[in-house]
Design a protein around this ligand. Structure first.
Ligand code: 4G0
Length: 251
């Protein structure tokens, strides 16, 4: 996969995506990230890329010209038949979910457009953007951190980026529940012991304990998620009791 980021702060995005697990996957050639400076495609003498909004109002709007020229330059050598998705990071986008991340991980190329000021002229969005995505209900000074968040979430699904592929299976969120608490050594820390069952070696009981912790936590923090999970995982049918002890309420 190749990810192109169209931004006014290409060095910021490049630095963030050069560190840690993402940086190592990138250095190993498991995917590539190319950051493009929108300002390089300004055509006025001060290299301005923003202007005042038609109709009045506060702030500035990013002009369509530099963004379109930057985009055309970014994709100029794209092979034909390439599966490409152009994404605009914005507070009014569709909420980013693990499901969206898994879908985006299937593309050959993602082009991420980072807005600033009060956003981007609607005409260039209509011309080049396939989907508008938000990483949450809050406003940031630019789309760069959301672009890095999206990139991190997508590239960790690329084989080889994470140490072991099983990391995806057990995961909170994709399982539909929040993750159970984790513990490591020492077995007693500042007087607090690790739950005894985790030291028992009884894997069936450990699995049941973890599921119970996950369910309780999800009930407390994300009741709507717990409800959805319970609907998808009805309790297992108990073995049929013998006729004599059956009650009227059994119908
Ligand atoms: C477009 C995304 C982009 C419009 C971008 C701001 C938060 C998110 C930006 C605006 C962003 C998010 C109208 C202020 C850049 N902030 N939640 N800031 N307006 O994903």
């Amino acid at each position: 996969m190749r990810i192109d980021v169209l931004t006014l702060f290409p060095e910021l995005v490049d630095r963030i995506l050069s560190e840690s697990v993402v940086g190592r996957g990138r250095a190993a050639g498991l995917f590539s990230v190319v950051c493009h400076q929108i300002r390089d495609f300004a055509q006025n003498k001060h290299n301005n890329v923003d202007d005042t909004p038609y109709g009045g109002g506060n702030g500035m709007v990013m002009a369509p010209g530099p963004i379109k020229r930057c985009f055309d330059d970014a994709v100029k050598d794209a092979p034909d038949g390439e599966r490409r998705r152009v994404i605009y990071l914005s507070p009014k986008g569709a909420p980013l979910t693990q499901e969206t991340v898994e879908r985006l991980a299937e593309y050959d190329r993602l082009v991420l457009l980072c807005g600033h000021y009060e956003g981007v002229d609607q005409r260039v969005l209509d011309a080049i953007v396939d989907e508008e995505i938000s990483i949450g209900d809050y406003v940031l000074t630019g789309g760069e951190l959301p672009a890095c968040v999206l990139t991190d979430a997508v590239v960790r699904l690329i084989p080889g980026v994470l140490a072991s592929p099983e990391c995806h299976e057990d995961e909170s969120i994709s399982s539909g529940l929040l993750e159970y608490p984790q513990y490591t050594r020492p077995a007693v820390w500042e007087g607090e012991a690790v739950p005894e069952i985790l030291l028992s070696g009884d894997h069936a009981r450990i699995r049941a304990w973890r599921l119970q912790r996950s369910l309780e936590l999800t009930e407390q923090r994300r009741p709507e998620m717990a409800l959805a999970w319970k609907t998808a995982h009805p309790p297992k049918e108990k073995k049929q009791r013998k006729g004599k002890s059956r009650q009227k309420s059994d119908a």
